[in-house]
Design a protein around this ligand. Sequence first.
Ligand code: HEM
Ligand code: CU
Length: 485
Amino acid sequence: MTMEVTAGRVALNARAAVLAYLAVSGIVLLLMMLLGLTMRLAQAQWIDVEPDFFYVVMTMHGAGMVGIAGLSGAAVMWHFVRRHVPVSTAVFLVNLVFFLIGAVLILGAGFIGGFGAGWTFLFPLPAHSGELWSANAAAAYLVGLMIIGVGFLLLHLDIARGILSVYGGLGAALGVKQAFGLAPEKGGPPPAVAASTMVLIVNILGIALGAAVLVVSLVNLYVPSFTFNALAAKNMIYFFGHVFINATIYMAVIAVYEILPVYTHRPWKANRAFYFAWVLSTAMVLTVYTHHLLMDFAMPAWALVAGQIISWLSGLPVLLVTAFGTLANVYRSGLRWNLAAALVFVGVAGWAIGVIPAIADGTIAVNSVMHNTQWVPGHFHTYLLLGMVAMMLGFTAYLTRPQPRYGLGWIGFWLYVGGGTLFVLAFLLAGSESVPRRYAVHVASWLPYDRVGSVGAALAVTGVLILIARFFAGVRTAAQAEDPA
Ligand code: HEM
Ligand SMILES: [Cu+2]
């Protein structure tokens, strides 16, 4: 695939490895979108899906989407950070192999074993299947996640090694001195390095706690007398889950910093505010996950109040410097729009817009009403489908064929953006009417939302299909090419 064997030595081609990551991500993205469409059509009562199978589909969709968000985010991060620090292509490929092994285990757990406890594997649910799946199926799911986690851990440690070898410390690589005005902005780390450093710090901690709770759950599957405090387990799972999915955006946003300047011919300004935002967000991403526990009344009140306040602030610093930076970079630059620039631009917009309903839901008074309604998939699909995924698609276009100004690529773009918007609006409107999330069967008065959502989803899937097909059509040439500069 990506290796040339020359005289017994294996030369690993870094660019081909990045394209392999994107190829896997693109295919899994499409398959998982089809699973999402299946759920939407089932809720709309346009197709028949047995409820127990709905939950298998929901679990696979959640795990698969979070997985490829991590995988494609890692591809963006690695591609750009290796311009500044030494990293190992072998470790990068090991992560891809671990991902594929984990994915097979997870898909087997779901589609063969019937595992449907949700991608968040909330303890002790995996062990309480009501006869719907076996302990072995649950174990396959948990082990699959663990293998994927180990791969990501290795990759992060390797990038950390590279960063430390150049910058000497994580603080220097994050731009802490620049953030507090103790060193001139000019000498600060490049945006890709600062962002990667933040991602390493939070993801290494997140994966460690995630692995610990996975082990606990695994033991509990086979030795039910071995139990664990369920509230502690929930804290650990949501710490891991919140950090991991947020980190995918912080990885993908590097594509914005690197790709827009290529077409606007203006460097990305890494100023004091930029470094300050990244330092602040590093701390906040680690502490904000308690917004997932606002309805867990056994939690100490101070933790939830802190979670609410930090939720309001957490995403904002990096989002604001990125949104303003994007507008400043594009405004009057004479940029002639191409697919790559348009997609990363949409990514910033989708991220910014999606954070607004998320912040609303992070407020205890609102959460009491909106908790577990479709408001929640409404906001996270906005910043994932129209934010993170847009940045990733922009990166694929940048590496393959950014240019054609008319034609099929733009049709794909508008189907994706228009359909995606309709799809997320249907969730948000249903959520504001208190339609619950994670319900396989919907009552008649909810069906209009489900049907509009289904149409939007079908359009979005078609659009992404076109964009991914363009990527595959251009991938061979891209493997030999240089980045557009
Ligand atoms: C056209 C694209 C997509 C469609 C049609 C779709 C559809 C759905 C549906 C119907 C649900 C369940 C909603 C409910 O609780 O009632 C869902 C949940 C979810 N989706 Fe998507 N989705 C899409 C794209 C994405 C993307 C791009 C991501 C992430 C990168 C994602 C991540 C998730 C997650 C994490 C859940 C939560 C699963 C759970 O509650 O355990 N989805 N999606
Ligand atoms: Cu969260």
